[in-house]
Write a protein that binds this ligand. Structure first.
Ligand SMILES: C=C(C[SeH])C(=O)N1CCC[C@H]1C(=O)O
Ligand SMILES: [Zn+2]
Length: 597
């Protein structure tokens, strides 16, 4: 009868979940071994382990089909079976599975080991993305050096991935169909468990676009003042190589010469960190201390023993920052190539947020040890970092000397946050709009670059520094495209982190909508156990409930909306609109004159 088969189902699925935990532990260890020491041998071992595990997953999947779990009464039991009924890429036959793993692995190791020659010394050809190329983009104000570096990186990391990428798309789409999806785009979007996900992304962009256009116009004017109108036009897109970041996804490296009130004292965190002899370890310890101040969980001993927080000198590793759950309840790690600067100060909190989420949900069955949706996992660390980046907190930790918070200082602060958070949204939106088109077949290999730059031009108001052809493949010059990592998660994160921040600030007594002494921009939830407990309540759920339930637990809302972000940046939006009016700057951009189709 149904009762006993539900009980049998429960016993079966709990056993299967334990086995899955052992499998995921083995997979993570093999993946870690490879990405922390890129060699042919470790790559082969990783693929071998993945293949073995995929056979075991297929076996387990066959068994779940024997249970009529759709009729079970218990919500959690049904949800566990539903998740285990998704086989994933293991649904591919062995030969295609191996080919898919190899294609992605080749793209990822190409990206991780790519080197280019220096502009200033063309015999020096050992420049890596981290730290060398990143440092050039952070510091250089020579348009020719930036153009050279941009072009060479996009050749080495983008064009070279084109064939592997095409093979990966074909095979991943086959796997999607074997899982009952039309294509990978539908498969990726199913992670968000709402029918109208893509419409929601478009609505969010409509809400934020006016603010972005004002910020884009203001920055374009300041760049034109600096570089001249033969490099930065008055009404066109901004050239991608002038924004302090290889992908123009955050513009914080050009803050020093574009901020609204240059005569106000500069808050140069990077400089202060170096003056105070910050080390990578100290950045991690400060982040850990912030989480503990919220009554959240301290990093376990194994975290400090096993993490890699600085780039090794004796081997090649995947430097792109990552946080790892080894699914045994004890082993959690971060791997990143920390440099002592503001950007890595943010990244460290970002990655520690992932680890805190792992710690908060480690009591859950393995299958629920995941973010409520992928955007939640990306939002935890950033939400904490919103407090850490506040002038109040920076003063608390001595990274900023005391300063009366006048209106001009506040605009400078909002500008600093805006060139990080507002400008990121169209970048993130473009990256997956582009890949949705590729997976759906509306973008073919013959028009990869044309479609990528058409989106970059129309949505982000960015243009390539030189003409592009289909010999190039610029999308893959971004880690997540070369490493098969979905990106809408960050777009979601940059929206919901402001909903989380607003709720936490109210719980911490740091923010009151009508109280001018409790502004959102200067909220710091540090040491608020009240806020921390509410955050813990949400995080402990993992993916055991639909994400609307998780969001409601913390914010009282059940939908993502741009209201939090727009409220936070309201004073900046008003200031930018007035400033662009004053200077007569054209708001928006005409299509680029560069050739890319
Ligand atoms: C730090 C990570 C690892 Se999950 C990352 O990839 N991020 C964090 C912010 C956006 C995105 C990026 O670097 O493109
Ligand atoms: Zn992340």
């Amino acid at each position: 009868d149904l009762e006993s088969s539900e009980q049998e189902g429960r016993e079966y699925i709990m056993h299967l979940d334990k086995m899955a935990g052992l499998r995921k532990n083995r997979a993570s260890l093999a993946e870690w071994a490879y990405t922390s020491n890129i060699t042919q041998e470790n790559e082969a071992k990783r693929i071998q382990v993945q293949l073995e595990l995929s056979k075991q997953e297929k076996q387990a999947w066959e068994e779940t089909k024997m249970y009529r779990w759709q009729d079970f009464q218990d919500f959690s039991l049904r949800r566990m079976f539903k998740k285990y009924s998704q086989l994933g890429v293991s649904a591919l036959p062995d030969d295609k599975y191996k080919l898919l793993m190899q294609s992605v692995s080749d793209m990822e190791s190409n990206y991780a080991t790519a080197k280019i020659c220096s502009f200033k010394n063309e015999t020096k050809c050992d420049l890596a993305l981290e730290p060398d190329i990143t440092e050039i983009f952070a510091k250089s104000q020579d348009p020719d050096e930036l153009k050279h570096t941009w072009v060479e990186w996009h050749r080495a990391a983008g064009a070279r991935a084109r064939n592997n990428f095409t093979q990966y798309v074909e095979l991943d789409n086959e796997a999607a169909k074997l899982n009952g999806y039309k294509d990978v785009a539908e498969w990726w979007q199913s992670e968000y468990e709402v029918k109208d996900f893509e419409e929601q992304l478009a609505k969010l962009w409509e809400d934020v676009k006016p603010l972005y256009q004002q910020l884009h116009a203001y920055v374009r004017k300041r760049l034109r003042d600096k570089y001249g109108e033969h490099i930065v036009s008055a009404r066109g897109p901004i050239p991608a190589h002038l924004l302090g970041n290889m992908w123009a996804q955050t513009w914080n490296n050009i803050e020093s010469f574009t901020r609204p009130y240059p005569d106000k004292k500069e808050i140069d965190i990077t400089k202060t960190m170096k003056e105070q002899n910050y080390t990578a370890l100290r950045m991690f310890q400060m982040s850990d201390e912030f989480f503990r101040s919220l009554n959240l969980t301290a990093m376990p001993e194994k975290f400090w023993q096993n993490s890699i927080i600085e780039k090794p000198t004796d081997r090649e590793i995947v430097c792109h920052a990552s946080a790892w759950d080894f699914y045994d309840g004890e082993d959690f790690r971060i791997k990143q190539c920390t440099t002592i600067d503001y950007e890595y100060f943010q990244t460290t909190h970002h990655e520690m947020g992932h680890i805190q989420y792992f710690l908060q949900y480690k009591q859950q069955p393995v299958v629920f040890r995941d973010g409520a949706n992928p955007g939640f996992h990306e939002a935890v660390g950033d939400t904490i970092a919103l407090s850490v980046s506040s002038p109040k907190h920076l003063r608390r930790v001595g990274l900023v000397k005391g300063d009366a918070d006048d209106e001009q200082t506040e605009i400078n602060q909002l500008y600093k946050m805006g060139i990080d958070k507002i400008v990121f949204l169209p970048f993130a939106y473009v990256l997956d709009l582009f890949r949705y088109g590729v997976f759906r077949g509306s973008t073919t290999p013959e028009d990869y670059n044309c479609h990528y730059w058409s989106l970059r031009d129309s949505l982000q108001g960015i243009e390539p520094p030189v003409n592009r052809t289909e010999e190039d493949f610029d999308a893959a010059a971004k880690y997540h495209v070369s490493a098969d990592v979905e990106y809408a998660r960050y777009y979601v994160s940059f929206i919901i982190q402001f909903q989380f921040h607003r709720a936490l600030c109210q719980l911490a007594g740091e923010y009151e909508p009508e109280d001018p002494n409790k502004k959102l921009v200067d909220c710091d939830i540090y040491q608020s156990v009240n806020a921390g407990n509410a955050l813990s309540t949400m995080l402990r759920l993992g993916s055991s409930r639909p994400w609307a339930d998780a969001m409601e637990a913390l914010t009282g809302q059940r939908r993502m909306d741009a209201g939090g972000l727009l409220e936070y940046f309201r004073p900046l939006h008003d200031w930018l609109a007035a400033e662009n009016m004053r200077t007569g700057e054209y708001v928006g951009w005409e299509p680029s004159k560069m050739q890319y189709c």
